[in-house]
Every structure is written in structure tokens, then in C-alpha cells.
Design a protein around this ligand. Structure first.
Ligand code: GDP
Length: 424
């Protein structure tokens, strides 16, 4: 059975925690898109980890962690993560890297950094991890697949060909030093040695695993609203964040994805630029940011303070629909226990008209939030294990959201730990 864990919002919904929890009953956990630009924070008995490339299942002895072909593979970064686990005493995980995954090159990081500097105030708020140049090159057909590392002659030739293109940009657009093809070639050979023990024909491996009835988890990064097609383009990420892409980014048939567990955050947060209708500011935002997540809402990769907002039913319903959500995990509900009332954005007012449909970016920029207020529960709900034991106003909030989303909320997360979960 294949199940996807994906986000309905702007990312940072707590997918890592839900994946880590579901990984207990899984055999294989796969990253199918994105790269090291976003991180999952996971807290368990080994300590606190910020994972960027490794799937959130690496902490269990019985799981296999897979980097699918859809991922932007930063090889040295992957190795740093593996070493960090070893240092903190996590049993050596079983890791497979797709031979069709493409390699995030050192020049992608440089290009991303130079481009953000060139755009200055008009930048996208990139994490400068090289993700956008990486995916641009992949589709421009000048990317490098892992498999190409193993043919030295062809590799050397391609490196010098690609450097020619990159160096035009580096010298004439960015006025930076050119890339040395010899040095890059040597770097790639060192990457080859690092990745060699893990390389695998992943789609074939998964074909067999599905046949054998294994439990497989696809772990998404970011959320629906950062999808390049269905999100807030151009303030999006560069690979699809949708469960449907799991089939492509892992190499499995789309109809094998039976369950789409969509993670929805009980309030809103976002990083980077772009319209954010239910955004709040000032002391109100600072307080939610301080209390949010686990120890505050700051980016797992960049440490940047996240933008904060109230729950947005318009965006979240759309986010669930575009994921094809079969169930919802509602997270960080515990954070909201301090509020007297909870505003919920139930509509967007655009040019004097109120809509409940999530619009394209041009219209989204003009949208103003229409709020409804729900009463708060004014207590700490951490430690509660049964849904019926939640305060009445808290249940009311969950059920209100469930009705707005039109998808059953099967899990309520009331703390950052593995066991802070209420199953309904
Ligand atoms: P992801 O990228 O979707 O995995 O999200 P992040 O890991 O970036 O952000 C989620 C943050 O919230 C992390 O710091 C988690 O430890 C934390 N977290 C997850 N679920 C809960 C929850 O139910 N309550 C609280 N308080 N924190 C949570």
C-alpha cells in the first residue's frame, strides 16, 4: 500500500512529525521532490534533528529510506546528514539513492545566490540552496543524473560543455569568477565515491516492493500553495509538491497511491515572498510566532522568522482538493490554547466580491480576508490522548475546520513529539 504525506498549505505544516510517526508501520519511506531547501524538524528519543534530504523515516531500524529520482540531490549535504545521525547514535539507516536522481551542483548554489543578489528587493526569497537553477537545468537537459557519474569519459566531456554555458552567465551577467571544469570534474568524482554504495534502480525496487505488499510512504516537502502549477506562482518552489507527483518522482504507477494524508496547520505560516491573505503583523504575529511550532516559528533550514497568520479555510480547502486529500492530519492545535477567540478566514474579498474559491495570483494579490471568530478554549491540551477529552471549544474548532475542508480530520496533533497525537 502506498500512502503519501503532503502539505495543504505553504509548507512547515508538520509533515516531518506525521511521517516519522507513520513510518513506524512502514517499510519504505521516499522523498520524491524538492531538495535541501526546506527542512523537517523531528524530535524523538535520539534528540532533535533538522532533516533536509533524508526522509523522516530514517530513525527506525526496520525502514528503508529512498531518495527518489524527483529530488534535487545535494550529495555532500546528504552525507553530512547521514554523519549527523551516526554522531547522535541513530542506528545506521538503510538508504537508497535513485540512479535517475539528478545532482545539485556547486554552481547551482552560486547561481541561486548571485541571482538573488541581482534581483535585490525583487527577489523570491530563495533559500539559496540552488533549487531553482537545478530544476531549470534539468528541464533544459543540461542536468547530471547520478548514473552519469559512472562514465568518466562522457562525464568529462559534458562538464566542459555545461561549464561553457554557465560561464557566460557567471562572467557577463553576474561578473563573478568562472567555473573551472577540471576542478568541477574532480568534485564530481568525489561525489561518485560518496554516493556509490547507495545507488539503486529505485523504480524497479519499488515495483517489487509493491508486489510484495510492502507499506510505502511518500514524503512531500512544502505544500500545495508552493506547487509551481497550482500554487502562488511565481512565489513557488521549483518542483511539484503534490501527491500526484509522487508517482513520477519515485517511479511508481499513479493508481498505487491509495491514501493521501494531507497535513493542515491549525493556523498559517509561510516563508518567502508572495500573497498571504490571512497574514497578521505586529505583537499579534510575534506572540503566535513565539508560541508556534516547537520553540517558535523559524525556518528549519534558514532560521528565518516565518510570516504568521490565522487559519485560512479558503487556501486550506483548495490545498486539500489539489492534493486529492483522503484524510487530514491537523497539526499544532496545542499552540492556540492562549487565545480568547480564534479568527478563521472563511472568504476572500476581491474587488468587492466575496469568494470561497482560491484564485490565481493576480487576483490573490488583491484579496482581503473575511473572518469568522470562534471561541477559544484557554487551556493547554498537550498530553490529551482521546478526542472526547479535548475541551468543547477546541473540538468545535476542529469540527469547524473539518466542515470547511470537506475532508475527514483523522488525526489531531497536540505537540511536537511522536506520541502527541489524537486519533479519531
Ligand atoms: P514540515 O516541513 O512540514 O515537516 O514542518 P517543520 O518541521 O518545518 O515545522 C513544524 C514544526 O512544528 C516543527 O518544529 C515540529 O517539531 C513542530 N510540530 C509539529 N507538530 C506539532 C504540534 O502538533 N504541536 C507543536 N507545538 N509543534 C508541532
Amino acid at each position: 500500500m502506498v500512502r503519501a504525506v503532503v502539505g495543504a498549505n505553504w509548507g512547515d505544516e508538520g509533515k516531518g512529525k506525521i511521517t516519522d510517526m507513520l513510518a513506524k508501520e512502514s517499510d519504505i519511506i521516499i522523498r520524491f521532490q524538492g531538495g535541501s531547501n526546506a527542512g523537517h524538524t523531528i524530535i524523538n528519543n535520539y534528540g532533535k534533528f533538522a532533516l533536509h534530504l533524508l526522509p523522516s523515516g530514517v530513525f527506525y531500524g526496520h525502514t528503508t529510506s529512498v531518495i527518489g529520482n524527483g529530488v534535487a540531490l545535494n550529495i555532500p549535504y546528504l552525507f553530512d546528514e547521514i554523519h549527523d545521525l551516526e554522531r547522535k547514535g541513530v542506528p545506521s539507516p538503510r538508504i537508497l539513492v535513485s540512479d535517475r536522481a539528478q545532482i545539485l551542483m556547486p554552481y547551482h548554489v552560486l547561481q541561486d545566490t548571485y541571482e538573488e543578489a541581482r534581483l535585490a528587493g525583487k527577489s523570491f526569497g530563495s533559500t539559496k540552496s540552488g533549487i531553482a537553477p537545478f530544476y531549470s537545468d534539468k528541464y533544459a537537459k543540461i542536468g547530471f543524473q547520478v548514473s552519469e557519474l559512472f562514465d568518466e569519459e562522457a562525464l568529462k566531456e559534458k562538464v566542459s560543455r555545461v561549464c561553457e554555458i554557465k560561464n557566460v552567465l557567471f562572467e557577463h551577467l553576474y561578473h563573478k569568477p568562472p567555473i573551472d571544469p577540471e576542478e568541477l570534474y574532480a568534485t564530481l568524482l568525489s561525489y561518485r565515491d560518496m554516493v556509490a554504495p547507495y545507488v539503486c534502480d529505485v523504480s524497479s525496487y519499488l515495483h517489487q516492493a509493491i508486489k510484495d505488499g510492502k507499506n510505502i510512504l511518500l514524503e512531500g516537502q512544502l505544500g500545495s500553495l508552493k506547487d509551481p502549477d497550482h500554487g502562488i506562482y511565481p512565489m513557488v518552489t521549483s518542483s511539484s509538491t503534490l501527491a500526484a507527483y509522487g508517482a513520477i518522482g519515485a517511479g511508481i504507477p499513479p493508481y498505487e497511491i491509495r491514501q493521501i494524508t494531507t497535513v493542515v496547520k491549525a493556523y498559517s505560516s509561510a516563508v518567502g515572498a508572495g500573497a498571504f491573505v490571512s497574514e497578521i503583523f505586529g505583537e499579534e504575529a510575534d506572540e503566535l510566532r513565539r508560541r508556534g511550532g516547537d520553540g517558535g516559528e523559524y525556518g528549519a533550514t534558514t532560521g528565518r522568522p516565518r510570516r504568521m497568520g490565522w487559519f485560512d479555510a479558503v487556501a486550506s480547502r483548495y490545498g486539500c482538493r489539489i492534493q486529492g486529500a483522503t484524510e487530514v492530519a491537523l497539526t499544532v492545535l496545542d499552540v492556540l490554547g492562549y487565545l480568547d477567540e480564534l479568527p478563521v478566514c472563511v472568504g476572500y474579498e476581491i474587488d468587492g466580491q466575496v469568494t470561497k474559491e482560491f484564485p490565481t495570483t493576480v487576483k490573490l494579490e488583491k484579496a482581503r480576508p473575511v473572518y469568522e471568530k470562534l471561541p477559544g478554549w484557554k487551556c493547554d491540551i498537550r498530553g490529551i490522548k482521546a478526542y472526547e477529552e479535548l475541551p468543547e471549544n477546541c473540538r468545535r474548532y476542529v469540527e469547524y475546520i473539518e466542515k470547511e475542508l470537506g475532508v475527514p480530520v483523522t488525526m489531531v496533533s497536540n505537540g511536537p513529539g511522536r506520541d502527541d497525537i489524537i486519533m479519531r
